[in-house]
Design a binder for this molecule. Structure first.
Ligand code: ATP
Length: 307
């Protein structure tokens, strides 16, 4: 396998009139990665992805896809990438198998239809007209259509939007299976949990810039030093007692529910246990939780991902 990056973007700029939608961004997606592109509405994600896919011409910068120049070698690039489009509604009367065959006929290199059907778990629906598919099955078909040419790099644009939790998890399994087959995946999503579950690294975009690029874990760790320790106590001690425990930066007491934020969880836990042994504090249902990607997103962009 060649050793160049799956995607290499250098100083990409894209303007719409006076608006700079993508403002001089550079990043790389490694081979085999599931790479997430997140950001609030209008951040420039779609524009960036469409430039990489060759659907839009950048105003500046260079893009390489699988080692090829995304503009000059566009024809070759297209043979090696798969783009999930929301086109399943275009052929309501065609059966699942027929639509997959139709899309596969556009390519020189192609996977057997049965392999595509199996990878996306559509075996039981091969003869169903696409209009009869459930929401989750339609989304899986749209992923299937991105796989017909056995691409090395797959673009998934909000693949699970609107799905119920079970259908979403099924699609996550499909995505994990693709990664296990050495595919590289560029994913946009509005679901923080999805990004946390699937992505090896995440780029957060805002106002046309990349404002953070890290593993989900590192994003959380770098933005939040504290962890939250939550527990219940029928007779909570004073605020001051809680604040004085080692490692605690902040304490919240709401009736019987107590949350302390700690920079040193072991020290704080030792302090809590000591108070318990001295009969000053009794606690129940204790959990230690870290900040979430949702907290990070809010901190970095000042907005929730969906407004
Ligand atoms: P969303 O999450 O809403 O899909 P996004 O991060 O994908 O947003 P883009 O669609 O890339 O953002 O849009 C970036 C900016 O460029 C926005 O301000 C948008 O209004 C503007 N824009 C996008 N496409 C065009 C276009 N064809 N002509 C003019 N402006 C555009």
């Amino acid at each position: 396998m060649e050793n160049h990056a799956a995607i290499q973007v250098q100083q990409l700029v894209k303007r719409y009139g006076a608006l700079t939608a993508v403002d001089d961004i550079s990043f790389e997606v490694k081979r085999g990665e599931v790479f997430g592109l997140l950001g609030p509405n209008g951040a420039g994600k779609t524009t960036t992805v469409e430039c990489i896919e060759g659907l839009r011409a950048p105003d500046g910068g260079t893009i390489h896809v699988l080692g090829m120049d995304a503009r000059r070698e566009l024809k070759l690039v297209k043979e090696r990438i798969g783009i999930q489009l929301q086109t399943t509604g275009l052929y309501p009367k065609l059966a699942v198998r027929e639509v997959i065959d139709l899309f596969a006929s556009f390519y020189a290199r192609r996977l057997p239809t049965d392999a595509v059907i199996e990878m996306t778990g559509l075996q039981e629906r091969v003869h169903a007209p696409t209009k009869d598919l459930s929401g989750g099955q339609k989304q899986r078909l749209s992923v299937a259509l991105a796989l017909v040419n056995d691409p090395d790099l797959i673009f998934l644009d909000e693949p699970t939007t609107g799905l119920d939790p079970q259908a979403r998890r099924n699609l996550w399994d499909v995505i994990r299976e693709l990664q296990a087959r050495d595919k590289t995946i560029l994913l946009t999503t509005h679901y923080m949990e999805e990004a946390e579950q699937l992505c090896d690294r995440i780029a957060v975009m805002d106002h046309g810039k990349i404002i953070a690029l890290e593993t989900p874990d590192a994003l959380v760790r770098q933005n939040f030093q504290e962890q939250a320790i939550e527990f219940e106590s029928l007779q909570p001690p004073s605020h001051e007692t809680m604040q004085n425990i080692a490692g605690v930066t902040r304490a919240q007491i709401q009736d019987t529910q107590i949350t302390v934020f700690s920079t040193d969880v072991p020290a704080t836990m030792a302090g809590l246990l000591a108070l318990s042994q001295q009969n000053i504090l009794h606690f129940d249902n204790l959990v230690v939780r870290r900040a979430t990607l949702e907290d990070v997103f809010l901190k970095l962009t000042g907005r929730r991902i969906r407004e």
